[in-house]
Each structure stands twice: as structure tokens, then as C-alpha cells.
Design a protein around this ligand. Structure first.
Ligand code: PEP
Ligand code: MN
Length: 337
């Protein structure tokens, strides 16, 4: 149930309705918008049917949310969410570009890549220290050492860092270093992990599972939000289809669709979405044209030497050219870069 308060509702009235909701055994989640406060009452809503909350003079309306996800639904925050990543706003007018290597491979190569991302105007540095690899015999990531290199790259470039958390047992060490915690496609429905990051106070980048529907993606976000962490950014990264000419099928139609269904920011990863570096720039431009709030792009100074995902990595020069082109598309759709 979504309870929309009148614009002039006071703090005391907000507290009063929260107490009332909690007295019914429901959980109250508060969304403070620019215009008004909205409260999500989560739990068995049938109890509210006999006790109409509209009776309070400061309640404007009570809406049932028919969708299975409530806190992630657009109704909960009609004006849209802006998620702050160590000072970088995702979901506002600026299109935010997260770029860097697939994996942190070493100190020098990471610093070299980070400098090129910074020089080209990227906003957030990406790099995996814990890598979910299809084969157990391939490079698995540097672990905490990789996180330390990321922190050094952040110190030098000023770029916030996003890195993947794969396992609840590594949560505290990843929280220590990361500005944005990535939950990868393979873990989108790892519900224990979702609850773990729902209880932390860092923003979360939730990637769509490769065989997951939009509804499942939004329910995964709901897992995180229902634990109290509302700072969730969604990421379309391609899905499995019959098509095998590309690594995945980048489903750009979900960008405007999710914008309609949810208030959460949405970014697009054309690197994993296509698997081919030369398809990355056009799909990145298309993503911004479709309304994406940002991009995640893999960049490597020597893709042929990369320990993972070399074929989809952009050279720094190609990334810099892409940034220039993105500025034009962003301007065309009323955004900035
Ligand atoms: C990644 O971004 O490093 C990654 C492994 O992507 P995905 O989870 O989308 O496959
Ligand atoms: Mn990768």
C-alpha cells in the first residue's frame, strides 16, 4: 500500500502515520519527495482494508500497489531517484560513465587505465577484484590486493570506484574500499547477498541476470530496498537469446520500460551486452538516446593482453572518441555528460 501525504503534512504527522502502520504489524518505508512524502506500508496489506488511513486529515490518498514490487515501483517515488556515489549523482541530468578494465590485473595497468578514463572525462572507475568466471581455471581476480589498487587509483584520479561483491563472506572487505557495490548478473537472484547489501549503507549497482525478466530484476531490487537500502542503480547488460553472433542480446527497450515501471536509475553495459568492442560505441550512443542514466564500459590499454574480456574492451583512444560522441547525443536528449 502506498500512502500519499498532503504537501503540508508535518514531521509529527509523518511520525504518527508511521506508528499507526507499525501498530498493524506492517513496515513503513518513507520516500521524501520534493513535493510530498510518500509512505510504503509493506506486509500483509489486508489489515489496512478494515482501518482506512484516509481518515487522517493529512493523508491525501491510499493506493494499492498491484505490482509485486512496491518500493521499487514508480508510484513510491514519482519524480525518480537520484543515487549519490561518493559525490557523483546517478539519475539526474548528467549521464554518468563508469569505465575501466573488466578485472584489476595489476597496479601499473590499473593506474594507466584509470588515468585514461579520467583524461577522457569518465566519472567512475570500474574494475573487478573478485571475478565471477565461467571456468574455474581462468583468472579469478586479485581479491583484496585488487581493492587496494582500486583505492590507490581513486586517490590519484579522484574517481569513485565500483567493484563487484560476489559473496557475503567478502562483504566487509569490499565495503571498506568500494564506493558503489556491484551485484553481477550471475548473482542477481542470490537472495542472501541481496539482503546483505540491503543492510549496508553503500549504493548498489544491480545488474540484470542474463536470463531474468524485468519483473525479476525489480523484485531483486525490492529485496535490497526492503532491508532499508534505497540507493539502487539498475543495469541492463544483455540477455541470452537464440542469437549467437553477439555475446548477449542488449535489450535496450527495457530502459524506457523500467523508467515507466520504476523510479530507480538505469544504466546500460554495452560491453557485456555485445561482447565485441566495435559494437560498444554505437550501442552506448543508442543507450543514451533511449534514456539511460549512465553507462558501464570496459576499457583496457592493451586488450590483446587482458586476462578477461579483451575482445570487448575499448582502447583508451576509442573510449575518448566515444566520450566526445556521447556528449552530442546527451545534448540531443536534454542531458549533459
Ligand atoms: C562485470 O561487469 O564485471 C561482469 C562480470 O558483468 P556481468 O555480471 O554483467 O556479467
Ligand atoms: Mn567483463
Amino acid at each position: 500500500m502506498i500512502i500519499v501525504l498532503k504537501p503540508d503534512a508535518t514531521e509529527a504527522e509523518v511520525a504518527q502515520i508511521i506508528r499507526k502502520i507499525e501498530s498493524f504489524g506492517l513496515t513503513a518505508h518513507v520516500s521524501k519527495g520534493t513535493e510530498r512524502t510518500i509512505i510504503g506500508a509493506i506486509g500483509d496489506e489486508r489489515v489496512l482494508q478494515e482501518r482506512p488511513l484516509e481518515a487522517f486529515p493529512f493523508v491525501e490518498k491510499v493506493l494499492p500497489v498491484l505490482k509485486p514490487y512496491k518500493l521499487a515501483s514508480r508510484e513510491f517515488k514519482p519524480e525518480g531517484s537520484v543515487v549519490k556515489v561518493n559525490g557523483v549523482l546517478v539519475g539526474g541530468r548528467r549521464v554518468v560513465v563508469m569505465a575501466g578494465p573488466c578485472a584489476v590485473e595489476g597496479r601499473e595497468v590499473l593506474l594507466e587505465t584509470a588515468r585514461s578514463v579520467r583524461a577522457a572525462g569518465g566519472h567512475i572507475l570500474r574494475g573487478g577484484a573478485y571475478k565471477p568466471r565461467t571456468s574455474p581455471y581462468t583468472f579469478q581476480g586479485l581479491g583484496e590486493e585488487g581493492l587496494k589498487f582500486l583505492a590507490e587509483a581513486r586517490r590519484e584520479t579522484g574517481l569513485p570506484i565500483v567493484t563487484e561483491l560476489m559473496d557475503t563472506r567478502e562483504a566487509s572487505v569490499v565495503y571498506e574500499y568500494a564506493d558503489l557495490i556491484q551485484i553481477g548478473a550471475r548473482n542477481m537472484q542470490n537472495f542472501k547477498l541481496l539482503k546483505e547489501v540491503g543492510a549496508c549503507r553503500k549504493p548498489i549497482l544491480l545488474k540484470r541476470g542474463m536470463s531474468s525478466t524485468v519483473k525479476e530484476l525489480l523484485l531483486a531490487a525490492e529485496y535490497i530496498m526492503s532491508e532499508g537500502n534505497y540507493d539502487v542503480i539498475l543495469c541492463e547488460r544483455g540477455i541470452r537469446t537464440f542469437e549467437d553472433a553477439t555475446r548477449n542480446t542488449l535489450d535496450l527497450s527495457v530502459v524506457p520500460l523500467i523508467k515507466r515501471l520504476s523510479h530507480l536509475p538505469v544504466i546500460v553495459d554495452p560491453s557485456h551486452g555485445t561482447g565485441k568492442w566495435d559494437l560498444v560505441p554505437p550501442m552506448a550512443l543508442a543507450a543514451v538516446a533511449a534514456g539511460a542514466d549512465g553507462l558501464m564500459v570496459e576499457v583496457h590499454p592493451r586488450p590483446e593482453e587482458a586476462l578477461s574480456d579483451g575482445p570487448q574492451a575499448l582502447l583508451p583512444m576509442t573510449f575518448a572518441k566515444l566520450m566526445g560522441d556521447l556528449g552530442k547525443v546527451a545534448a540531443a536528449v536534454g542531458r549533459t555528460l
